[in-house]
Design a binder for this molecule. Structure first.
Ligand code: NDP
Length: 443
């Protein structure tokens, strides 16, 4: 049995009931096979066995008092997966679906993504099954403070630096950072995604969405084209989706769809992004309200967003949101390129279908790495007590995304899989992590 297959099987057996983690490991370990099998030093040093086992993971109780005076209890998670190249770095997700499996899949992906950025950050991820939807400001603050009452002991600027993810934006980061400061008495860059008024970086809010579009810019250039006049289907209407839509429109494309967990809107004339921002960022409403802004737009409750005709697809909502049925629609409608804004937007079968039908595909760990890259730039600014301009951060982001694209593409070519960015990104990310682990001995 091949080394990669054996480690994968053992890890699946050791961690039953963690389907998302199994899915992420399978995708990554399979693409590493040709490289690992040519380099027996990795097996000798048990690199894969160490990679799939988090350095540390913990689950904790998060009690808080709701507006009726009743006590609620949620579950908090943090998986500190790998610190070979820097302090653990990865977001916190608040969503009712959060489980250990989801946090482990995200943390595992994060190791490779952070390595790809070329910046000194390890991999981690955390979250809770708390649902911020429909909660009052006070309830959200009470929850965030209680979450930190436990988590603050295990984090810090040189140890573990969390950020936002689904359900965690500037508001939640602010409440958590405030509580961290109160408990530790330390004003350090222990969080990224902070408000500009207290140490946040200009450009961080936009970074994941803009970075995704910069990645697609590079992909389109390889295909000999660009965004101008293209129809872009975007799923989600949160942080990543909104800024991906804004940058796509700036590059001359027409964004034709956006969605949330209830349904999607199709506006063939081009989505009015200011309207979406008002619905989502100001009123915290539902995407269905969009049709009150634009009479020619249509709303599809529970519909498949990928059935709207498009040239480019940018999934920006959540994992496993673009499966075989969605891939089939994209192929049928002549879509030319897909880049994942969300982590693991597709499953293996859908990825293969897209690739086999000549749809140029970038996995999330390369395409959405702009967020964590600018988080690392926020850490650098905090450590040196400086603040860079928006233009400086955005310039660095665009270069980082080009570097990620170039190294993923070149690595795919080097191993005889030219243009397979899944394999290229996994291999490029792995090489640096493995090298660091080998140099640090059996840790
Ligand atoms: P937000 O919470 O801001 O937005 C999430 C969006 O996705 C919302 O529109 C939400 O709809 C929708 N969504 C969430 N869960 C589901 C679901 N189960 N089914 C359908 N729609 C869903 O999150 P972000 O924009 O920050 O994150 C989106 C994705 O991007 C995630 O996969 C995240 O891991 C990834 N990512 C984010 C980064 C960042 O910097 N924020 C960095 C790198 C990756 P609704 O309001 O109905 O829940």
């Amino acid at each position: 049995m091949l080394y990669t297959d054996r480690v994968l099987q053992e890890a699946i057996d050791k961690n039953p009931n963690e389907p998302e983690f199994h899915q992420a490991m399978t995708e990554i370990l399979h693409t590493l096979q040709p490289f690992i099998d040519d380099n027996p030093k990795y097996e000798k040093a048990r690199i894969l066995e160490r990679l799939v086992e988090p350095e540390r993971q913990f689950i904790f109780r998060v009690p808080w008092v709701d507006d009726n005076g009743d006590i609620q209890v949620n579950r908090g998670y943090r998986v500190q997966f790998n610190s070979a190249i820097g302090p653990y770095k990865g977001g916190i997700r608040f969503h009712p679906s959060v489980s250990l499996s989801i946090i482990k899949f995200l943390g595992f992906e994060q190791i490779f993504k952070n390595s790809l950025t070329g910046l000194p950050i390890g991999g981690g991820k955390g979250g809770s099954d708390f649902d911020p939807k429909g909660k009052s400001e006070r309830e959200v603050m009470a929850f965030c403070q209680s979450f930190m009452d436990e988590f603050y002991r295990y984090m810090g600027a040189d140890q573990d630096v969390p950020a936002g993810d689904i359900g965690v934006g500037g508001r939640e980061v602010g409440y958590m950072f405030g509580q961290f400061k109160r408990l530790t008495g330390l004003y350090t860059g222990a969080f990224t995604g902070k408000g500009i008024a207290y140490g946040g970086s200009l450009g961080r809010t936009e970074a994941t969405g803009y970075g995704l579009v910069y990645m697609m810019e590079n992909m389109l250039s390889t295909l000999g084209t660009n965004f101008s006049g293209k129809r872009v289907a975007i799923s989600g209407s949160g942080n990543v989706a909104i800024y991906a839509a804004i940058k796509s429109a700036q590059f001359g494309a027409k964004v034709v769809t956006m969605s949330d967990s209830n349904g999607y809107v199709h506006d063939p004339e081009g989505i009015d992004i200011e309207a979406v921002k008002e619905i989502k960022e100001v009123r915290r409403g539902r995407i269905s309200e969009y049709i009150t802004y634009r009479s020619n737009a249509k709303y599809y409750e529970n519909g498949l967003v990928w059935s709207a005709p498009c040239d480019i697809a940018l999934p920006c909502a959540t994992q496993n949101e673009l499966l075989e049925d969605g891939a089939q629609e994209l192929i049928k409608n002549g879509c030319i390129a897909v880049a994942e804004g969300s982590n693991m937007s597709t499953n293996l079968a859908a990825t293969k279908m897209l690739q086999n039908n000549n749809i140029f595909f970038s996995p999330g760990k390369a395409a959405n790495a702009g967020g964590v890259a600018v988080s690392a730039l926020e850490m650098a600014q905090n450590s040196s007590r400086v603040a860079w301009s928006f233009e400086e951060v955005d310039y660095k982001l665009r270069n980082i995304m080009a570097d990620i694209y170039n190294s993923s593409y070149a690595t795919s070519e080097q191993y005889g899989m030219k243009g397979n960015l899944v394999a290229g990104a996994n291999l490029a990310g792995f090489k640096k992590i493995a090298e660091a682990m080998l140099l640090q001995g059996a840790v």
